[in-house]
Write a protein that binds this ligand. Structure first.
Ligand code: ADP
Length: 264
């Protein structure tokens, strides 16, 4: 609670009383604190690849790379750092667009089986490249949803990218859906490294990475974007995970009828 006391003066500048202003600042201060932390995080995350790029470029420019092989490696590092920077900027743009425009969600009718089959086709190949098995099960009934296909696809991509990233060779990943009376539940499950109990409540936070040393390729923004999308769609996402056994992320898609589609 912030209390501001100011003197109350009359036209001749005589103090005739006091005015007290009471304001609950806890909420606004908390928001301000979160904003400050976020800006600090963004700056830090952007600075890391930029510093690496600069060090590599300077070494090359000064002719300090001892041989051609080293030069080549430095150029490759530079390409990777640039890609990381691009990913980070893209993710930040997606997040800020989602947050700044509350009316951004346009709804359309689409078949969930079709979307899942489409995404599964691509991920079966990506998983295969890493020697990870990929299973998928469609709904037996072809349900038409009234939601945003592009955004649902983005959530699937984030969850499947993570499933592949955090599942070692020889493991498996599953994409499946189940039908309930008023909703479809979509799950992405893996037999990967899992998430410890002390980390699980933070993984949807921006920039949170469980193992900072090993997660250098990630931005720590994927799940934050997925969470934001799910919220925008008015849906829910949950995770169940056991270290060294695997993780299952499940989100809902309500079967709310679109305009012109009469509910039964
Ligand atoms: P990142 O870009 O680091 O993958 P995310 O926001 O997508 O960022 O995920 C946050 C963190 O949650 C990851 O760094 C990882 O530690 C953990 N995580 C996410 N998905 C999985 C998974 N399927 N298995 C194990 N850990 C996961």
């Amino acid at each position: 609670l912030r209390i501001t006391i100011s003197p109350l003066e009359d036209e001749q500048n005589h103090i005739v009383g006091t005015v007290g202003l009471f304001r609950d600042v806890t909420e606004s201060e908390r928001l301000e604190q979160t904003r400050r932390e976020y800006v600090a995080n963004v700056s830090h995350e952007l600075r890391t690849p930029v510093s690496a790029l600069r060090a590599l470029a300077e070494t090359l420019a000064d002719g300090m790379a001892p041989d051609e092989d080293t030069k080549k490696r430095y150029y490759t590092h530079m390409v990777h750092e640039t890609m990381r920077l691009t990913r980070l900027i893209d993710d930040l743009l997606i997040l800020s667009r989602l947050q700044s425009d509350p009316h951004a969600v346009q709804r359309e009718a689409f078949k969930i089986n079709r979307l899942m089959a489409d995404v599964a086709e691509r991920y079966a190949i990506l998983a295969g490249e890493k020697d990870v098995r990929f299973n998928f099960t469609l709904l037996s009934e072809d349900v038409v949803l009234w939601s945003n296909m592009g955004l649902v696809e983005q959530v699937l991509i984030i969850l499947l990218d993570n499933a592949i990233k955090y599942t070692p060779k020889g493991g498996s990943i599953s994409l499946y859906a189940s039908l309930e009376e008023d909703m479809v539940k979509v799950s992405v499950s893996d037999t990967g490294i899992g998430i410890a109990a002390e980390d699980i409540s933070y993984i949807f936070d921006r920039f949170y990475k469980v193992d900072k040393a090993h997660a250098t390729q990630g931005t720590g923004l994927g799940l934050a974007i997925a969470f934001e999308i799910i919220q925008r769609l008015g849906e829910r996402i949950v995770v169940e995970s056991h270290p060294e056994e695997g993780s299952t992320f499940t989100f809902t898609l309500s079967r709310n009828p679109g305009p012109g589609i009469k509910s039964l």
